[in-house]
Design a protein around this ligand. Structure first.
Ligand SMILES: C[S@@+](CC[C@H](N)C(=O)[O-])C[C@H]1O[C@@H](n2cnc3c(N)ncnc32)[C@H](O)[C@@H]1O
Length: 204
């Protein structure tokens, strides 16, 4: 018998995108404010953010503490709206991408990292104090139009000067709602600039 084949879950964020995210996170570490990830799923990217954050804390003990806040329904995706309609993205159904909060907590513990501030619930039901007062870096990865729109709304007034918002799945034909939500938001925030790397919409 040959070696057992280890099945690996498909990555949600590509290696190139992870590299770009880390690069952008790095640029904001010295700014005041916390880091948020809306749509953490299994916590793969969250663990990478927390690892970098803990290194920053060790190297800069005199600086104010920065925290990671992560958000998910832990019930999978909500229903799509008309803006998400795409034959290419048929696999993204309500309830897909379901993990438990416990699995994510375990992932952090296994990695020897602090468990971040985890908020369970649909973004639409979050309350004001579920979001940090000041945010230096926001990664929005809720896949769908309404989820991206809501998370942009939740972070827009909390971003510190020079803070960066990154939205995943921009120009991803499987998830057209993400670009729609970003484009609409940019129309009412003409002072903001957009840069695109892979499927990351980088908003400054
Ligand atoms: C693509 S996954 C996130 C992947 C993760 N950011 C990563 O880097 O591995 C999208 C996640 O967003 C969550 N999500 C989408 N819309 C949401 C909403 N409106 N409220 C709460 N969670 C939502 C889903 O449950 C799912 O876990």
């Amino acid at each position: 018998m040959g070696k057992p084949v280890l099945k690996r879950e498909p990555q949600q964020v590509s290696d190139k995108e992870t590299e770009a995210l880390l690069d952008l996170l790095e640029k904001t570490l010295a700014l005041e404010g916390d880091i948020v990830e809306f749509g953490c799923y299994r916590g793969d990217t969250s663990v990478i953010f927390e690892r970098r954050l803990e290194k920053y804390r060790r190297e800069n003990p005199e600086k104010p503490l920065k925290f990671l806040w992560i958000y998910d329904s832990f019930e999978g995706l909500p229903e799509k709206t008309a803006e998400d309609s795409s034959a290419a993205g048929d696999q993204f159904k309500a309830g897909e991408l379901l993990v438990t909060k416990r699995e994510v907590v375990e992932k952090f513990k296994k990695a020897g990292l602090k468990v971040p501030r985890i908020r369970k619930g649909f973004f639409e039901n979050l309350e004001e104090n579920d979001v940090p007062e000041k945010i230096s870096f926001a990664f929005l990865d809720g896949d769908l139009y309404q989820s991206i729109k809501t998370s942009l709304k939740l972070v827009e007034n909390c971003m510190t000067k020079d803070g960066i918002i990154v939205v995943h799945d921009y120009n991803n034909p499987e998830l057209p709602g993400s670009s729609r939500a970003v484009d609409e938001w940019l129309k009412v925030h003409p002072e903001k600039s957009l840069e695109i790397k892979e499927t990351l919409a980088i908003i400054r």
